[in-house]
Design a protein around this ligand. Structure first.
Ligand SMILES: C[S@@+](CC[C@H](N)C(=O)[O-])C[C@H]1O[C@@H](n2cnc3c(N)ncnc32)[C@H](O)[C@@H]1O
Length: 315
């Protein structure tokens, strides 16, 4: 069973290994796209690969069992739970489902968007972090009433791009990167000063090819964002350019700051992943490993938590 599929991995697993695959996704339009794609490109796979729209929570075991039963006609069929870039609480809920569902024998969970974890209602911090008793005890000792030490900023750091992305970058690329970062920061400052709520009008933000100087960045940015429905007039442009003038000298510093972020990213992410691994071990699954499954340069989130109820994991 695959959480949050767009269809590619499901189809591939069926094509390569003849597995039956049930894909569960909470967004109806993504589910419809996966179904359409299958209908057009892989019509013969339809009895073996199915996509259902379901918002998976920690309490979804009954709903999933029902779907599995109608899919396989066998309520005792053993299965593997897979998540590829399962964001926020989807990953942690999947871990709980793996524990609770007796026929779930193997778990392969690649998480992402740690910063989207839900806040706890009864304590500072998150519902599902820390999960492991050891880290929870340490966290309590820190006494962090506002939930700031291991809070959302920490989680954002954990899902930054990894340091490997900087390997082989030349001076010019660093310059472009620093312009991109500083220009975005200046626009954020401008919006906060003027109480403007930015919303994207295009899926992607400004491309690095538009970061050669502030002027081209700004032009491109304005075409991709809505500034509270406001047209930026001359006065606003003058203010933006003044802010840029005041901060331009910090371009090198911006790169040093990014370097520091990159250095902290891996330890932050390993803390999150190890918390989940330790939790699984505490729940009685000693055969749990963190496995590097993808090239970090291609996929910033490249580690999967793999846990087996039956076989040793060989990596
Ligand atoms: C980061 S995308 C990953 C999509 C795809 N697996 C990939 O790797 O490109 C996360 C997906 O998880 C889905 N999702 C988030 N929470 C979910 C939940 N509780 N149950 C089911 N799907 C969920 C979102 O709708 C989104 O499509």
């Amino acid at each position: 069973m695959i959480f949050a599929p767009q269809g590619y991995v499901c189809q591939l697993l069926h094509h390569l290994f003849n597995y039956r695959v049930l894909g569960l996704e909470s967004n109806p339009s993504i589910t419809a796209t996966a179904n359409r794609r299958q209908y057009t490109l892989h019509p013969l796979s339809r009895p073996s690969v199915q996509y259902s729209c379901l918002k998976v929570t920690k309490d979804s075991s009954d709903a999933i069992e029902k779907l599995l039963k109608s899919f396989t006609n066998n309520e005792n069929e053993k299965f593997c739970l897979i998540g590829l870039h399962s964001c926020g609480d989807l990953s942690t809920n999947a871990l709980r489902l793996f524990r609770d569902m007796k026929n779930a024998r193997l778990l392969v969970m690649m998480s992402c968007c740690y910063h989207k974890l839900e806040c706890a209602e009864d304590k500072p911090g998150f519902k599902n972090f820390p999960m492991a008793r050891g880290l929870e005890r340490e966290y309590e000792r820190i006494r962090d009433p506002q939930g700031e030490v291991l809070g959302r900023t920490f989680m954002r750091l954990a899902c930054q791009e990894p340091a490997e992305r900087w390997e082989g970058m030349g001076e010019e690329e660093h310059e472009t990167h620093s312009i991109c970062l500083m220009a975005r920061a200046v626009l954020e400052l401008f919006c906060r000063k003027n109480q403007i709520n930015l919303t994207k009008t295009k899926r992607k933000s400004v491309r690095s090819s538009k970061c050669l100087n502030f002027e081209t960045y700004l032009q491109n940015f304005v075409s991709r964002y809505n500034f509270n429905g406001k047209e930026l007039d001359e006065k606003y442009y003058a203010e933006i350019n003044q802010l840029w003038g005041e901060n331009e000298s910090k371009l090198k510093l911006a790169e040093v700051y990014t370097g520091l972020q990159l250095l902290l990213q891996a330890p932050a992410e390993y803390l999150v992943l190890n918390d989940r691994k330790c939790w699984l071990e505490e729940q009685g699954f000693p055969e749990t490993k963190i496995v590097s499954v993808l090239n970090r340069k291609l996929s910033p989130r490249s580690h999967a938590i793999v846990s087996s109820k039956t076989h040793p994991i060989i990596t």
